[in-house]
Design a protein around this ligand. Structure first.
Ligand code: CO8
Length: 258
């Protein structure tokens, strides 16, 4: 499907989705979020695709929700339409892994969108921030909750209360991103990580995503039990026999998602 605010390319089992509203630094408007939900669902439904990479431009991953689209809305409008609620749910329903590849600004809803990815690879040019306080609002797509879990209360409060930006080095140190790479190599590195994931068993990949995400939802003992049961359950798969067998036979595993 052709999109106006996204560029979607599929190569070697990887779906690369680029946010593409350069005139507004990829600000998230209703059209972009609607198209993103559709592109992600298309990737989810396409059996050939095993991993998704979500990126923006060199200058901006996304500079936040589109302020010009929101500024005149009333409380009744945003509350009754649950502004952005369903858009966020659609992203969270995707079971295939999503890597956020962030260069330039990831601010407000852009930072929150990056944090909805399964992990973030940052270019050395990346700048993260939750500057909603400067607009007389607060984060609304998970920023106060997710950023706090990633970087802890003190830094999260600092970011949300002052609206300051965090550079890539600080973001890596604080645990917001998994690694920092030179801006020129961002897509190459993200695609390489996606390629590695694509060669694993899709069953184990889905199990990892469910188990890690569960750690944010339940107490430790529940999470540990959930993980152990997933581990047990994977012994019912052919891929477990193949993976362990291949190790013992000193060859590369050929997973078949069965
Ligand atoms: N919305 C709309 N347009 C934007 C946005 C945005 N968030 N960000 C940038 N733009 C536009 C600018 O208006 C400008 O357009 P034009 O050329 O027509 O004037 C163009 O993009 C380029 O921007 P700048 O000229 O400002 O570029 P600079 O390099 O000087 O500055 C910055 C870059 C620092 C990123 C600056 O653009 C900026 O501060 N942007 C706004 C950042 C921001 O406040 N983001 C938070 C938005 S609110 C939000 O995300 C809430 C999300 C949760 C909502 C959930 C509701 C339930």
């Amino acid at each position: 499907m052709a999109f106006e605010t996204l560029i979607v390319e599929v190569t070697d089992h990887i779906c690369l989705i680029r946010l593409n509203r350069p005139e507004a630094l990829n600000a998230l408007n209703a059209q972009l979020l609607g198209e993103l939900g559709q592109a992600l669902q298309d990737a989810e439904d396409n059996d050939k695709i095993r991993c998704i990479v979500l990126t923006g431009s060199e200058k901006a991953f996304a500079a936040g929700a589109d302020i010009s689209e929101m500024s005149d809305k009333s409380f009744v409008e945003v509350f009754s339409s649950d502004l952005f609620g369903e858009d966020a749910e659609k992203i969270l329903r995707i079971r295939k892994p999503i890597i956020g590849a962030v260069a330039g600004y990831a601010l407000g809803g852009g930072c929150e969108l990056a944090m909805m990815c399964d992990f973030i690879i940052a270019a050395d040019s990346a700048k993260f921030g939750q500057p909603e306080i400067n607009l007389g609002v607060v984060a609304g797509l998970g920023g106060t909750q997710r950023l706090t879990r990633f970087v802890g209360k003190s830094k999260s409060m600092d970011m949300h209360l002052t609206g300051r930006f965090m550079d890539a080095e600080e973001a890596e140190r604080a645990g917001l991103v998994s690694r920092v790479v030179p801006a020129k190599k961002l897509i190459e590195e993200a695609m390489s990580a996606a390629g590695k994931i694509s060669r694993k068993s899709a069953l184990s990949v889905m199990a990892v995503k469910e188990a890690v995400n569960r750690s944010y939802e339940v107490p430790l003992r529940e999470g540990l039990l959930f993980e152990r049961r997933l581990f047990h359950a994977l012994f019912a798969t052919e891929d477990q026999k193949e993976g362990m067998g291949a190790f013992l036979e000193k060859r590369e595993a050929q997973f078949r998602d069965k």
